[in-house]
Design a protein around this ligand. Structure first.
Ligand code: UFG
Length: 317
């Protein structure tokens, strides 16, 4: 299939681009390189260095049969301080992309949504029918695009899937996380293990969890890529599906730190800090729906394996 990957120079977009190429798809990456890296675009894909707002000529030229949309601002903390960037890129940019698709007669899309659309969960594991009450602008902006897709499916016959990622981690095809501003737990812990940072601050150890630190659902980026390949042909015209993507197993911050120590063989000095604003105690996905509908099963559920893959790629770099 001829596909356009918006945000294919970023962490998850580049891994999925590599997986699409391996399956024989023809891929154009659209990315303004604001946070992505040109050298992360896998060989075999064509890069159009363009923002979502200016995507129409690229779609008119490429005439993709489907779009996978990863391009977004994704830092929760920054979204609270500079909301314009999140509404502008994530919502305005996505709207421009959908209009560019319509003009190019392309109506199939897989969209990167997030667990942050749910906010503080009432029950864990979180199912897709849980209330969506985002507690930050990032989650609200992603939820707005989910709603946008529902209305484009109804009004314009779009075949759409929103994949709500939990904590994506690990590496695949030699591609891992590489953010200018790193905020995620596993890459930061690996930087400490590598001696690039002095210590890791654990944001709170007084949560109502067994060891007092927050619990998250870490899903391997290779399993996430598999889910995209399964989701791409799944919806019928006029259908918008929503699927959670996680392992269904939670690991605490303390367990992640222990895994990083064990995998790397290096010390990871830890400082206990204050809670980070907006962090729910526990976020674990129910991925029953995508397992039942699409037969998706994560292969990399072992935390040490996820950490090892991220470590190997970060060291190679
Ligand atoms: N943490 C620390 N110290 C750090 C970094 C993180 O203790 O230096 C803790 C956090 O408090 C949290 C856990 O490690 O309890 C995981 O934090 P991350 O920042 O790695 O990930 P989040 O769970 O905050 O965020 C993820 C995605 C977001 C998404 C969110 C859904 O990265 O895009 O889940 O709530 F919005």
């Amino acid at each position: 299939m001829r596909v356009l990957v918006a945000g294919g120079a970023g962490y998850i977009g580049s891994v999925v681009t590599a997986a699409l190429l391996a399956e024989g798809h023809e891929v154009t990456v659209l990315d303004d390189l604001s946070t992505g890296h040109a050298d992360a675009v896998p060989p075999g894909a064509t890069l159009a260095e363009v923002s979502l707002h200016h995507s129409a000529p690229v779609l008119a030229d490429v005439r993709p049969e489907a779009v996978l949309h990863f391009a977004a601002k994704s830092l929760v903390g920054v979204s609270q301080q500079r909301p314009f960037e999140y509404w502008d890129t994530n919502v305005g940019g996505s709207l421009a992309l959908l209009e560019a698709m319509r003009a190019a007669d392309c109506r199939r899309i897989v969209f990167s949504s997030t667990a942050a659309t749910y906010g503080e969960p009432e029950a864990v594991p979180i199912r897709e029918d849980a209330p969506t009450r985002p507690t930050n602008t990032y989650g609200a902006s992603k939820l707005a695009v989910d709603h946008m897709l529902t209305s484009y499916a109804v009004a314009h016959g779009f075949a759409a899937v929103s994949l709500r990622y939990f904590n994506v981690a690990g590496a695949a095809f030699g591609l891992g996380e590489r953010h200018a501003t790193e905020t995620h737990l596993i890459p930061i812990a690996l930087q400490v293990a590598a001696g690039q940072r002095e210590s890791l601050t654990v944001f709170g150890e007084d949560y109502p969890t067994p060891d007092g630190t927050c619990i998250r659902d870490y899903v391997h980026v290779a399993d996430l890529a598999d889910a995209h390949l399964l989701a791409l042909p799944a919806p019928a015209d006029g259908e918008h599906r929503i699927y959670n993507l996680g392992n269904g197993t939670g690991f605490s911050v303390q367990e992640v730190v222990d895994a990083v120590r064990q995998v790397t063989g290096h010390p990871v000095p830890v400082v206990i800090g204050e809670r980070r604003a907006g962090d729910p105690a526990q976020l674990v996905a129910s991925s029953d729906r995508i397992r039942a509908d699409l037969g998706w099963t994560p292969d990399h559920t072992d935390l040490a394996g996820i950490v090892r893959d991220a470590w190997d790629v970060s060291r190679a770099r």
